[in-house]
Design a protein around this ligand. Structure first.
Ligand code: NAP
Length: 324
């Protein structure tokens, strides 16, 4: 698979990343069964075979079990750690912890960030993370406190680079004004089923009720050299559903994806990802399937090149109305 250099780093990563959210099975305190572990190992193995070297984690995924299973895989494959790029996230806390009345919430406090990374390192059985992202913006965030935590993790050699996820341009600017290390990633939801960050600039300043809030996050990230990573790039498979409960635009989008797959002699998954890869921001999609057949179908995107006209046909149909 072709690779990207993440801007402002020495990290050379596959153009498509492998999302580890569901590797650990159920989102509860149950143990990882042999069956779940086997499914996870087979998915990781297939991904590596197809050129993926970039793996996306978070401390919370399946209550820590996703990192745990990945760490066991690493342990069983000596030398692999140096050949992969590991990213994890922190900042979301579950309800009921540390006491019963605590709601699910965000926590960018110094203590929570440090504890979270130490937990991830221990589960992943590694001494360092290549990248650490703040998972979702915390309205109670004190940028000085985040800066102090990042400084400590960087100085101790526990995290090489830092970034954010689901953050607006303003939130990133505020963090950047206090953090010494560069912010190099913003991971956001982005797909043909959820193209808002691309569409907002097109619908800007309209008087027809279509315009929404415009934040220019995508342009801000390009300008400031943050890599855009796209989570849920296949919308959990809904992008390919021409029959279900989807609204008319979604059905037409799915139909066009299938038509383009046939035309390009590839898979619908590859067309949906090629639409993201065609964007000049060098978007890195993070896929979430654990199914080896689908991992292969996704990897095919690396060799599909969409023309400007096909890119626009897909974009327009996803909008449900002609462009202004
Ligand atoms: N930063 C954030 O806030 C955030 C939020 C969510 C996710 N993420 C990251 O993004 C990664 C991907 O997210 P995602 O799982 O929502 O992405 P996705 O690739 O859009 O969806 C994958 C899910 O869809 C299912 N699926 C059904 N039909 C499919 C098809 N034809 N092709 C591919 N998948 C199909 C897969 O099930 P099978 O396994 O059965 O194929 C899997 O559960 C996660 O693993 C995580 O690393 C980040």
């Amino acid at each position: 698979m072709n690779t990207y250099l993440i801007p402002q780093t020495d990290l050379q990563v596959s153009r498509i990343g492998f999302g580890c959210m569901n590797l650990g099975g159920l989102w509860d305190e149950s143990l990882v069964s042999a069956e779940i572990q086997e499914r996870a190992f087979s998915a990781i193995h297939t991904a590596i075979e197809h050129g993926f070297n970039f793996f996306d984690h978070a401390d919370i995924y399946t209550f820590g079990k996703s990192e745990l299973v990945f760490g066991t895989f690493l342990q069983q494959h000596p030398g692999l750690r140096e050949r992969v790029v590991l990213q994890s996230k922190c900042g979301i806390r579950f309800a009921g912890q540390p006491h019963a009345s605590a709601p699910q919430r965000y926590d960018f406090s110094y203590g929570h960030i440090i504890r979270s990374v130490e937990g991830s390192l221990s589960r992943l059985k590694t001494d360092y993370l290549d990248l650490l992202l703040l998972h979702r913006p915390d309205p109670l965030m004190e940028p000085e406190e985040v800066a102090r935590a990042f400084e400590k993790l960087h100085t101790d050699g526990k995290v090489r680079y830092f970034g954010v996820s689901n953050h607006t341009s303003g939130q990133i600017a505020l963090l950047k004004s206090h953090i010494t290390q560069p912010l190099v990633v913003n991971q956001v939801q982005l797909s043909l089923a959820h193209p808002h960050l691309i569409a907002e600039g097109v619908w800007f300043n309209r008087n027809d009720g279509v315009s929404g809030h415009t934040d220019n996050t995508l342009d801000y990230c390009r300008l400031n050299k943050l890599q855009i990573q796209a989570w849920a790039p296949l919308a959990g498979g809904r992008l390919f559903d021409t029959t279900g409960q989807a609204d008319p635009a979604a059905k037409l989008t799915a139909a066009l994806i299938w038509e383009m797959a046939e035309h390009h002699q590839t898979t619908p998954e590859a067309i949906a990802l090629a639409w993201l890869l065609r964007h000049p921001a060098k978007v890195l999609p993070i896929i979430g399937t654990l199914n080896p057949r689908r991992i292969r179908a996704v990897a095919a995107a690396d060799i599909v090149e969409l023309s400007r006209e096909v890119w626009y046909r897909l974009f327009i149909v996803s909008q449900g109305v002609p462009l202004p």
